[in-house]
Design a protein around this ligand. Sequence first.
Ligand SMILES: Nc1ncnc2c1ncn2[C@@H]1O[C@H](COP(=O)(O)OP(=O)(O)O)[C@@H](O)[C@H]1O
Ligand SMILES: [Mg+2]
Length: 223
Amino acid sequence: MNELITVRKLNREYKTGDLTVRALDNISLSIGRGEFVSIIGQSGSGKSTLMNILGCLDRQSSGEYILLGTDVSSLGEKQLAYLRSRVIGFVFQSFNLIPSLNALQNVELPLIYRRIPRKQRIYAAEKALDMVGLSSRKKHRPSELSGGQQQRTAIARAIAGDPGLLLADEPTGSLDKAAGENVLSIINDLNGKGVTVVMITHDSSIAARAKRSIKISDGRIIS
Ligand SMILES: Nc1ncnc2c1ncn2[C@@H]1O[C@H](COP(=O)(O)OP(=O)(O)O)[C@@H](O)[C@H]1O
Ligand SMILES: [Mg+2]
């Protein structure tokens, strides 16, 4: 089986008072192992809603989501947490680093939650920081790093546990062009090493960096 992700007729509705917003409308797609796919659409088109479901952070209202051959809706909270911590790495637009921890400690944190022994953890965290070119900044706190360096730290945190799937929601959205380029080239290198990448963006020049683009508008796939 070469498919990592299969989504069939996925719907997600948000109910707020009397108002129902259909954020995802009958989405079907599949993503193979090792692919680099971008999901592009305007603000409000449903990109983050889709990524949150793919990342097992949220559930669909109806339809199917199969990850690694498993119907995600059949899983309980423990199994979802397992997928989120072992299989999926997340990168967000707003880095989401912990301000009081230095870069190395931020990268180590998910490995602490996984109870990985200290030596092994530091080895993995240092290797991840090296991969994003930040070995010399490991003792710096987020406030002592540029935006691009913070996002690279966030990527190191996402990959330190060797996930097979990287989900990136507007990873260059808060960065200038040069820093964004750097982040994209790191994401591209990770894909070259076999990590499946799903990258969300509203920018067509960034979407074009992926090998395949899925365009969504008003919660629907339009191409
Ligand atoms: N928690 C929520 N409650 C109600 N509506 C929401 C919620 N999250 C998103 N929406 C709505 O769903 C639609 C898609 O949002 P979102 O997935 O965040 O789009 P994008 O990431 O493409 O900007 C929008 O109309 C948005 O207002
Ligand atoms: Mg969004």
